[in-house]
Design a protein around this ligand. Structure first.
Ligand code: FE2
Length: 362
């Protein structure tokens, strides 16, 4: 029995820095069905940036935009486009976590501090990970406000689509850097390598990538890390690195318990997904055996299925949600399976390559 050397309760929230947080939050409210539950900006005394907090069950997103030139994030938004800047962890003891992480080699981003308003206190710190991404460490046990001190409550309900929580967050890093960051998550945050995929698992005629799935001590936080591998043409990871301007978050997987409902609603609201050839569904019964869902319904919606020793999973991937071919989302429904859909990689990557060819980036 291994011990958890860096206890993390959960992913507290995912913060995006964007040029226009008002429009981003409107998009996530009206497509993904998040409720806007918190706001900070000029009206609440925040003079430099505006933020919107969006919630759906246990998944919290925060969109923040600079309000004036000279904001420290403005050059990073110009470089990367709208981007995931913080995957924040809730921890028991922020001061201990920050000291442990930095003692083990993490670079500090924000030293431990107390944020405070009428609703109480939040202890907060942050450490740097790959690219310009940080992990906030926070504890809100002594706080009962809508999000963090300085935020006011908002009541702008979204029409939810059954998204429950973050299942995993995937980082793309530069060639040769995957193992550097694997070791960083092992050494600093006590993560363990759950699964590895090499270029033989994840290659098509054209492109390849390598991936290792890292999981926190309690298994609740899962971060696959990808790097490009040599292929005949430019891999999807190289495309990301070029357009993003370095390492960053590639996709966030949102977990649902009713993927047919979730994806039906997303499609009705105009969200575009990667598609696989119809032949994928002809082979499906042989590949995954008996499943509860109607395969014709899955085929209509483009939902993929994979099986492992413990059960099966259903998943689907959006096309990039920004103009740049960078961040996208996965919707995942687990029926026992704890894996990540390896059996779908080839069909998916061929789909991604068709999109890359349309973009002229293959
Ligand atoms: Fe994923």
């Amino acid at each position: 029995m291994s011990t958890d050397t860096f206890p993390i309760r959960r992913v507290d929230h995912v913060r995006h820095y964007v040029n226009n947080a008002r429009q981003s939050s409107f998009f996530y409210q009206h497509t993904f069905g998040f409720s806007i539950s918190g706001y900070s900006g000029l009206e609440t005394g925040s003079r430099d940036e505006a933020s919107y907090v969006l919630k759906q069950n246990d998944l919290t997103l925060c969109f923040t935009a600079p309000l004036r030139p000279g904001h420290p994030m403005a050059p990073l938004i110009a470089e990367h486009g709208d981007f995931v800047q913080d995957i924040a962890f809730e921890v028991d003891d922020v001061d201990w976590a920050y000291k442990a992480a930095t003692d083990r080699g993490a670079i500090g981003a924000v030293e431990p501090r107390t944020l405070e308003d009428d609703h109480g206190k939040v202890r907060h710190a942050a450490i740097r990970t790959y690219g310009n991404v940080v992990h906030s460490l926070l504890n809100r046990d002594a706080y009962n406000g809508p999000f963090l001190p300085g935020f006011r409550a908002e009541n702008q309900p979204g029409d939810g689509i059954g998204i429950i929580e973050v299942d995993h967050c995937v980082g793309n890093v530069e060639l040769g850097k995957m193992n550097v960051w694997v070791k960083w998550y092992e050494d600093v945050l006590g993560f363990a390598n759950l699964i590895s995929f090499d270029d033989k698992d994840i290659s098509t005629d054209y492109t390849a990538l390598m991936s290792k799935v890292m999981a926190s001590g309690n298994g609740r936080v899962k971060f696959p890390i990808n790097e490009p591998a040599e292929g005949k043409k430019k891999s999807q990871i190289d495309e990301y690195l070029e357009f993003f301007g370095g390492a960053g978050v590639q996709h966030v997987a949102m977990r649902t318990d009713d993927i047919v409902y979730t994806v039906s609603r997303l499609r009705a609201r105009g969200v575009d997904f990667l598609s696989v050839p119809k032949t994928y569904y002809d082979m499906l019964p042989d590949r995954v055996g008996k499943i509860d869902e109607d395969i014709d319904v899955l085929a209509d919606l483009g939902i993929l299925v994979d099986r492992d020793d413990e059960g099966y999973l259903l998943q689907i991937f959006t096309k990039p949600i920004t103009d740049r071919p960078t961040l996208f989302y996965e919707i995942i429904h687990r029926k026992g399976a704890k894996s990540f859909g390896k059996g779908n990689f080839k069909a998916l990557f061929e789909s991604i390559e068709r999109e890359q060819a349309l973009r002229g980036t293959l």
